[in-house]
Design a protein around this ligand. Structure first.
Ligand SMILES: C[C@](O)(CO)[C@H](O)COP(=O)(O)OP(=O)(O)OC[C@H]1O[C@@H](n2ccc(N)nc2=O)[C@H](O)[C@@H]1O
Ligand SMILES: Nc1ncnc2c1ncn2[C@@H]1O[C@H](COP(=O)(O)OP(=O)(O)OP(=O)(O)O)[C@@H](O)[C@H]1O
Length: 288
């Protein structure tokens, strides 16, 4: 049987409006998500049973036991051929860019390829995490519901810098700290031609989780200020429930130079650069 390699791209919420709350406590969201060319990498090899090894620069504190979302995802396919899974962690955990969720989605894609069966879908996938459905098909989308209702959106590539100050932020705590849970939805999404049109539209939207996250982890405000001060930064905002923030730039070269300047000024922070957009092709399982 074959071995597969599956890329798990970072998920970035370009805007995230909280529009309500369900009976079960989950919040209703209206978000525009895009995916970065930076992420984790999974390798799946046929084996008797499921096992996981975690390595990589961001592996510290990431569990290798059954609580890892990769094993929870792989187990969704039920009894049958197992897999020895190697996860190379490059995204900081609990950081607002869907690290574990994207890993879970990559595990679902990889196991389906390994067993040559249909990709898992439906409620069991949402149960893994609200971000998992959008990460299953990592291309720009408007996400509604709790994050499982997806409408594809055509976006121009958005040159970006991602920055995390290495402070873990609890997603539930941020939602809990929201001042209001019923806020206006995003504006209708037009057909963007240039990145500049998309950035101008984004500037009129929000991340409603940003104020409570900044209150819980004030360093996020420093990250936003540092991004905004970089040459060519057109928009700086937190992604998801944080602490990772993104800056959008007028060109790939400007984003690359900005990330180098920021990394020199803040060597203790995690940062990366790349164009946000459609990573579906890059994230497809590849035979090794
Ligand atoms: C903030 C986002 O990352 C934006 O994409 C997601 O909404 C969170 O997705 P996630 O990390 O996969 O969230 P889950 O692991 O499913 O839920 C973690 C906790 O966040 C809260 N949560 C999550 C999603 C949501 N729509 N409403 C919530 O209130 C709940 O307390 C939940 O128990
Ligand atoms: N594959 C994984 N990668 C990272 N963390 C994981 C993984 N599986 C389980 N976890 C646990 O989940 C916790 C949340 O991390 P995770 O990366 O899922 O947050 P996240 O997906 O970045 O969420 P958000 O984008 O909403 O912040 C971590 O603290 C870690 O203990």
């Amino acid at each position: 049987m074959s071995q597969f390699e599956v890329f798990a791209p970072a998920k970035v919420n370009l805007a995230l409006h909280v529009t309500g709350q369900r009976e079960d406590g989950y919040h209703l969201l209206d978000s525009l998500v895009a995916f970065a060319p930076v992420g984790d990498m999974l390798q799946l090899s046929p084996a008797e049973s499921l096992s996981l090894k975690v390595t990589g620069p961001e592996s510290r504190g990431v569990p290798e036991g059954p609580e890892n979302l990769v094993l929870k995802a792989a187990a969704l396919y039920g009894p049958g051929p197992g897999a020895a899974i190697h996860l190379d962690k490059c995204l900081p955990a609990a950081s607002g860019i869907g690290g574990g969720s994207s890993d879970a989605a990559a595990a679902l894609r990889g196991m389906a390829a390994l067993r040559d069966v249909a990709l898992a879908s439906g409620a069991a996938v949402v149960k893994l995490g609200a971000d998992v459905p959008m990460c299953l098909d990592p291309r720009p989308a408007r996400t509604e519901g709790i994050g499982e209702e997806l409408t594809p959106v055509a976006l121009p590539p958005l040159p970006a810098v991602l920055v995390n100050p290495r402070v873990e932020v609890s997603t539930p705590a941020v939602f809990k700290a929201l001042a209001s849970k019923t806020n206006p939805a995003m504006e209708p999404i037009p057909a963007f031609v240039e990145a500049a049109d998309c950035i101008a539209w984004l500037a009129r939207q929000r991340n409603d989780l940003q104020p409570p996250a900044v209150a819980l982890a004030p360093v996020i405000a420093e990250v936003l200020a540092a991004l905004s001060a970089l040459p060519g930064c057109k928009l700086a905002r937190m992604s998801g429930s944080g602490a990772t923030c993104f800056g959008l730039f007028e060109s790939d070269a400007a984003a690359e130079a900005a990330q180098a300047q920021l990394a020199a000024a803040q060597p203790g922070w995690w940062s990366a650069h790349g164009a946000l957009g459609d990573q579906a092709a890059k994230a497809a399982p590849r035979l090794r």
